[in-house]
Each structure stands twice: as C-alpha cells, then as structure tokens.
Design a protein around this ligand. Structure first.
Ligand SMILES: Nc1ncnc2c1ncn2[C@@H]1O[C@H](COP(=O)(O)OP(=O)(O)OP(=O)(O)O)[C@@H](O)[C@H]1O
Length: 225
C-alpha cells in the first residue's frame, strides 16, 4: 500500500539528513505507530506519504504509483482520493458548524444532499449527532477531535495519517479516539500514526522508531546514517 524506496530526506538548511536510504513497506490494512523524540522526523514522514513534501532522493509509492513523478495537480487529485490526515490541533474551521466542517472535503465534488446524508451518518458513528449545528468552539477537545475524524473519513480514504491525534486529550478522550481508530482499522484502512504515548502504540500492528538519525522498524534496524 505504502512503499518507500531508498528514501532520504534532508531539509535545505540542514547539515544532516532526517533519515537516509530508508526502504520500508506498509501493507494494506496495517496500523503503524511512529515514535521517537521531538524533531526526529515523524511528521516529516507523514508529510512525505501525504505528498506535501518531497524526498531529497528515493521514491514514494502509494499502491503502484510513484507519487513524486506526478504533476502537482495529479498528485493533489490522487492524494485527495486516497489519503486523509488528522492533526493534534484538530484544524477545524471555526466559522463553520460541526456538520459543515465534516462536509467540507466533499463540497466541491458531490451533490450537497448526498454529502449531508453521509456527514450525518458519520456524526452518529462518532457519537456527535446532537451537536450538528454547534460551532467547534462549543465542543470539548475530545469532541472536536471526533469531528476531525469524521471529516477525515467522509472521503472514504484508504490511508489515514494521524499526527499525534491524542496529544491534546485526557485519558477518556484518548480512549474514545483509540476506539474509533480500532473501528477504522477493522474496516481495513491503513493507519500511520505519530505519537508520544506508549499506550497508543500498543494498539498498533507495528512500530517504527525514529532515534534522530536512525529508523528502526518492528525492532529490526532497517536504515541508519
Ligand atoms: N519544512 C522544514 N524545513 C526545514 N526543517 C524542517 C521542516 N520541517 C521540519 N523540519 C525539521 O526537521 C526535523 C524533524 O521535524 P518533524 O516535525 O518531522 O519531527 P517530529 O518527530 O514530528 O517532531 P514532534 O514530535 O515534535 O512533532 C526538525 O528538526 C524540524 O525542525
């Protein structure tokens, strides 16, 4: 599903790469945790898979497509259909209602009634059906993150990227989000999730560990500087 081949990432102003010559495969339906200290490269890897930044060298395949060979427009279209991202800070649009926030990713592309029906269904799935007309600011952090998940799922992505999705939540809300992720996982979606929380990593199939200059996968060292 996701394949990095001889992947090296070095930001322009930096003397050393974030990672170097990494080859890694994430199978369809796997739930992967990315762990490691702050600044070790977890978000960077999510951004590469999501197509928002490019490797310095190497290839990134999503299914059979090397996304770095696509034009900007082709890549946007390809990624939009296959991948959604959930962030630590929720990133809901404050001027829109909860229902509208969930509908937003599909608004330009589908009939509004169809999108609304889908969004209402997702609101039930995440247990927020009573809050459709509220603004995000009227919800708790945990509720806002559930809205963000519903928004991510409305496009029916094959891959869900999560950047510390429970980082701002207390234990109960973290557990709610983990339950949602388990449901998503059981439906066969591929999850790649950056976290600092050991409890969260226990739910995943495999762990990729960033040490700052080395990446380990499932305990086996696969690449180093
Ligand atoms: N666009 C960029 N240009 C230059 N350097 C960057 C850029 N994005 C990230 N970095 C640097 O790359 C390193 C890895 O950052 P990244 O955000 O991937 O780490 P992280 O493991 O996700 O950290 P955290 O756990 O704090 O979110 C950091 O030193 C960061 O400052």
């Amino acid at each position: 599903m996701i394949h990095l081949q001889n992947a090296t990432l070095q930001y322009n102003m930096s003397k050393t790469p974030i990672f170097s010559d990494v080859t890694l495969h994430i199978a369809k339906g796997e739930w992967i945790s990315l762990i490691g200290p702050s600044g070790s490269g977890k978000t960077s890897l999510l951004n590469i898979i999501g197509g928002s930044i490019e490797l310095s060298s190497g290839k990134v395949f999503i299914e059979q497509t090397d996304i770095q060979t696509l034009s900007i427009n082709e890549k946007q279209l390809y990624v939009r259909e296959k991948i959604s991202t959930v962030y630590q800070q929720f990133r809901l649009l404050p001027q829109f209602t909860v229902l509208e926030n969930i509908m937003l990713p599909l608004i330009p592309y589908r009939d509004r009634k169809v999108i609304q029906a889908k969004a209402l269904e997702l609101m039930e799935d995440v247990g927020l059906e009573e809050h459709a007309k509220k603004l995000p600011s009227q919800l708790s952090g945990g509720q806002q993150q559930r809205v963000a998940f519903a928004r991510a799922l409305i496009t029916e992505p094959d891959i869900l990227l999560c950047d510390e999705p429970t980082g701002n939540l207390d234990h109960d809300n973290r557990n709610n989000i983990l339950e949602l992720l388990s449901v998503v996982h059981k439906k066969g979606k591929t999850i790649v999730l950056a976290t600092h929380d050991d409890f969260v990593t226990k739910k995943s199939d495999r762990i990729i560990t960033f040490t700052g200059n080395t990446i380990h996968i499932g305990g086996d060292k696969i690449a180093s500087l």
